[in-house]
Design a protein around this ligand. Structure first.
Ligand SMILES: [Zn+2]
Ligand SMILES: [Zn+2]
Ligand SMILES: [Zn+2]
Length: 310
């Protein structure tokens, strides 16, 4: 039985100002809270903070960036304005990502592309265009609902050696009996695979049962809690960081998050069983630029479940 320490992440509703960049927020949803203005990538939906790093993860494109946080917090909120205050990077009204396109009528609001311009036009800009006071205001329908991401250590039942040994003994008895029976059939391989699949899914359910609302599991250098026996990456499948160092598991995003994102209402077709994130083992800083890290998505097995039952 593994003893690695896991920190769990939960969603909490807070007032919107607490999620603006001067607060160094750890949050899910809304516009990205950029904490560095250099080489700002195009992504949205997520922003988590450790002591020295910010991670930005987009649920739509499954990309993750890591950036070193400056010592000084920004004094004004970034991202809630049209332009980043220091670097002058223009931001899209709809998604909060860099956008070089500007409304040709009012020359005030920016967009990353035609599609997001259309969303704003239909939402309110058709009315507001020309009035600087209201043009930038309003909540974009493209964004996911916004929450603070709070953490607490996972508490695990202290099992005595004997108890867990007994359970394991019973389990392996069951497995052996099963194996004997199955070996006599022509379907043994398939059935064994299904047994393995069931075991992994049961372990997943059991481990999250005490804290069913967890949306993130953080355990740098630990092991992901896989939801399925299929599509687990080998060591070679995880590419090294661009600095040359090996990447290690850092945290995973849980399927429970999908329920809170109201995915259906934003029209985004996103789904996952779990998403595991692997980051540079040296935590290189890449000169304060946003560095892409590695994301591995594991899906639900079709016959497994509906995730509401988790
Ligand atoms: Zn956009
Ligand atoms: Zn306009
Ligand atoms: Zn690195």
């Amino acid at each position: 039985m593994s003893t690695e320490k896991v920190i769990l992440g939960f969603l909490e509703e807070v007032e919107a100002w607490r999620l603006l960049s001067p607060q160094f927020p750890s949050k899910v949803g809304g516009k990205p809270a950029w904490l560095s203005q250099k080489g700002v990538p195009s992504l949205s939906s997520w922003s988590a903070r450790s002591v020295i790093f910010q991670w930005l993860f987009c649920f739509r494109c499954m990309r993750l960036y890591r950036v070193k946080i400056k010592d000084e917090p920004p004094s004004e909120p970034y991202g809630d304005y049209n332009v980043l205050p220091v670097s002058g990077v223009k931001l899209c009204w709809t998604c909060g990502c860099p956008g070089t396109k500007t409304c040709s009528r009012c020359h005030f609001v920016n967009y990353c592309g035609k599609h997001h311009q259309t969303i704003h036009w239909k939402h309110s800009h058709k009315r507001d265009c020309g009035s600087q006071e209201t043009s930038g205001a309003g909540k974009s329908p493209f964004l996911f609902p916004e929450f603070e991401l709070v953490t607490e250590p996972e508490e695990r039942e202290e099992k005595t050696e004997t108890q867990s040994n007994e359970t394991e003994a019973i389990q392996s008895n069951v497995d052996e009996t099963l194996t004997d029976v199955l070996a006599e059939t022509e379907l043994d391989e398939m059935a064994l695979h299904e047994t393995e699949e069931m075991k992994i899914f049961q372990r997943f359910k059991k481990r999250i049962a005490p804290e069913p609302h967890q949306v993130v599991r953080y355990s740098r250098g630990g092991l992901p809690l896989w939801i399925s026996a299929e599509h687990i990456p080998s060591d070679e499948a995880v590419p090294p960081c661009s600095c040359g160092s090996k990447r290690v598991f850092e945290f995973q995003v849980m399927p429970q998050l999908l329920n809170s994102l109201c995915v259906d209402s934003t029209g985004a077709s996103i789904d996952w069983g779990t998403v595991a994130v692997f980051t540079c083992s040296r935590s290189c800083s890449q000169e304060d630029n946003y560095s892409p890290e590695f994301v591995w998505k594991q899906d639900f097995k079709a016959d497994q479940i509906n995730k509401d039952s988790l």
